[in-house]
Design a protein around this ligand. Structure first.
Ligand SMILES: Nc1nc2c(ncn2[C@@H]2O[C@H](COP(=O)(O)OP(=O)(O)OP(=O)(O)O)[C@@H](O)[C@H]2O)c(=O)[nH]1
Ligand SMILES: [Mg+2]
Length: 315
């Protein structure tokens, strides 16, 4: 078995196989995972992390591909994480998507990984945060995180990236594109993709309407038009990402985001670890009995949790 130290140098050198293995370690709770994170922690904090979220089929992958292509042409190393909570398989559902990325897939300056529910012990958000950190340590300049904007996991993921892009498309009705409400509030840039279709102005009005209801922020999220399938408007999106980065730096936003992210990571790991320890201590049988007792209404859920959290089990 390889140990954390064996992976360290290959990872810092940005070797794709080391990276893939390290991400799996973190996902699966490998015994060396913690040590690896400890070794890598001082080497992080340089990557620009951009989240892209939006309804299924909005063009997030196409946009991600296009952004990656332009960034590569500038010599930047780009990591892509596709977060897919609906897929039970890691890699499966996204593979079709990724075939369209042929033009870049042989490039060592690009690393693509799909993050699916399978194997992610502490949930998708935690596994994705780990993967972002590993790409950062491996010297990737930009990490693009694609998520379908429907679940809480994804709100968590995009709420602490440097720049959060919400991708909307014309002609999807008034219920602002079936995106979880919390995501609208964390949008730094709106992209209206498929701008080759009718109804772009209507989406623009919807965004304006929504912004007027939201709390005033000193960064006013712009709405940009793209036709990702044709590579139109990509330069403008990159320019806004950069502008937003500068704005964050000038307004103490980077530290604020780092703190939000630290809080999220700490809280989720603590919850995960506390739960794991309490369950291990109580034993699987006892946990199952308690769950059965809740279901039979012999015990309320609060009492059941209090029972496993007690220093000494009462019986
Ligand atoms: N007309 C038009 N079609 C586009 C545009 N951008 C992407 N598409 C098409 O929209 C479809 C969905 O694009 P994807 O990039 O896979 O969308 P996605 O948001 O990643 O989809 P999921 O990951 O399944 O949620 C594909 O057939 C694209 O070719 C665009 O600007 N205009
Ligand atoms: Mg996609």
């Amino acid at each position: 078995m390889k140990c954390a130290l064996d992976l360290l140098q290959p990872l810092l050198d940005g070797r794709p196989r080391a990276l893939a293995r390290a991400i799996s370690w973190m996902e699966n709770g490998h015994p060396e995972a913690r040590e690896l994170m400890a070794l890598l922690w001082p080497h992080m904090g340089k990557a620009v992390v951009v989240g892209l979220t939006g309804a299924p089929g909005a063009g997030k992958s196409t946009l991600t591909d296009q952004l990656a292509r332009v960034l590569r042409s500038e010599g930047k190393k780009v990591g892509i994480l596709a977060v897919d909570p609906t897929s039970p398989f890691s890699g499966g559902a996204i593979l079709g998507d990724r075939i369209r990325m042929n033009h870049i897939s042989d490039d060592p300056g690009i690393f693509i990984r799909s993050m699916a529910t399978r194997g992610a012990l502490g949930g998708l958000a935690r596994a994705t945060q780990d993967a972002i950190d590993l790409l950062d340590a491996a010297g990737f300049d930009v990490v693009l995180v694609e998520t379908v904007g429907v679940g809480q996991d994804e709100v968590d993921v995009v709420s602490c990236v440097q720049t959060c892009i919400v991708v909307l498309i014309p002609g999807m009705g008034d219920d602002i594109q079936a995106i979880k409400a919390g995501i609208m509030e964390v949008a730094d840039i709106f992209v209206i993709n498929k701008a080759d279709r009718d109804g772009v102005e209507k989406v623009e009005r919807e965004i304006e309407g929504m912004k007027s209801l939201a709390a005033i922020r000193s960064w006013d999220p712009p709405a940009l038009r793209t036709v990702a399938a044709l590579g139109e408007g990509i330069g403008e999106v990159l320019a806004k990402i950069r502008e937003h980065g500068i704005w964050l730096r000038e307004h103490g936003g980077l530290q604020k985001k780092a703190k939000e992210r630290a809080k999220l990571r700490f809280n989720s790991l603590l919850a995960e670890e506390a739960s794991r320890r309490a369950k291990a201590k109580a034993g699987q049988e006892r946990v199952e009995n308690l769950i059965a007792a809740i279901a039979d209404r012999r015990l309320d859920p609060y009492a059941a949790v209090a029972e496993v959290m007690r220093e000494k089990n009462s019986f």
